[in-house]
Ligand binder design. Structure first.
Ligand code: ADP
Ligand code: MG
Length: 260
């Protein structure tokens, strides 16, 4: 499923946060949004997933305008892993993952055999079989993040949107989560849109990178075209040397010093 955003403006009360955003994401792509703190990345994700009303513009999933799709239908197509999660973690992995089935249930209906099979499938896909009865609050950071991803998967989405899925995880769990996302994209063809702060990881795991700066889309292209000295200087104010990662076939950089 593809995503098209046209002339999108988003404001919080009278404060304009996103201005005239336009882009198209192809089915099956992994797109990472990067940009300084407060530039509007989370706001963009919320607008695209209709968690936030926007003042101007349109968002299409395939050819369907999200203003004309009801909330439950959106949740069947698109799963969002927000930066801040409001659900209590005082429940088991299995229960959490089963929440992913709610958009598919008719009002008041219980999980069917098929729903339970999908829950098990999502738990299996994320390698959580031996933790399915554990309380989410007893899991490590990486396991917990996998449980949230499993819940999103149980929605059986065609688009998976993740806001900083690796933040607060140590490097080993960061890679574990990114590898899992990549595998899900590969094997299930899910379109992935995520926000990452680690630009070298963005380079390595993305088909394309979108740069958001002060509420505007400044660049959107393949990592080779985005990760360069001038972008790092203009957007993040850092000086860096750029290298080619021969193993992963993507650019990476080593920051030198902060520009005054
Ligand atoms: P990012 O995710 O890139 O760090 P956000 O999209 O969270 O940035 O925020 C963009 C801007 O919008 C920031 O200036 C932030 O303070 C402001 N903002 C975010 N959420 C709200 C809100 N609910 N009400 C008012 N301003 C907000
Ligand atoms: Mg954010």
């Amino acid at each position: 499923m593809n995503i098209t955003v046209e002339n999108l403006d988003v404001s919080y009360s009278d404060k304009e946060v996103l201005k005239d955003i336009n882009f198209h994401i192809n089915t099956g792509e992994i797109v990472t949004i990067i940009g300084p703190n407060g530039s509007g990345k989370s706001t963009l994700i919320k607008a695209v997933s209709r968690c936030l009303k926007f003042s101007r513009g349109n968002v299409f999933l395939d050819k369907n305008n999200i203003k004309q799709i009801d909330t439950k239908e959106i949740a069947k197509k698109l799963a969002v892993l927000p930066q801040v999660k409001n659900v209590s973690s005082d429940i088991s992995v299995e229960e959490l993952v089963s929440y992913g089935r709610y958009p598919h249930l008719n009002f008041g209906k219980r999980l069917s055999k098929e729903d339970n099979e999908i829950v098990s499938w999502a738990i299996e896909k994320t390698g959580l079989e031996n933790m399915r009865k554990r309380l989410v609050c007893t899991l490590s950071g990486g396991e917990r993040q996998r449980a949230w991803i499993a819940m999103s998967l149980a929605q059986k989405p065609q688009i998976l949107i993740l806001d900083e899925p690796t933040t607060y995880l140590d490097i080993s769990y960061q890679l574990e989560v990114l590898e899992l996302i990549k595998e899900l994209n590969n094997t299930l063809g899910i379109t992935v849109v995520m926000v990452l702060h680690d630009l070298n990881q963005a380079s390595r795991y993305s088909d394309k990178i979108m740069v958001i700066n002060r509420g505007k889309l400044s660049e959107f292209d393949i990592p080779d075209k985005i990760i360069n000295k001038s972008m790092l200087k203009n957007i993040f104010g850092i000086d860096a040397d750029i290298y080619e990662d021969e193993i992963n076939k993507c650019p990476y950089f080593i920051p030198k010093k902060t520009i005054a």
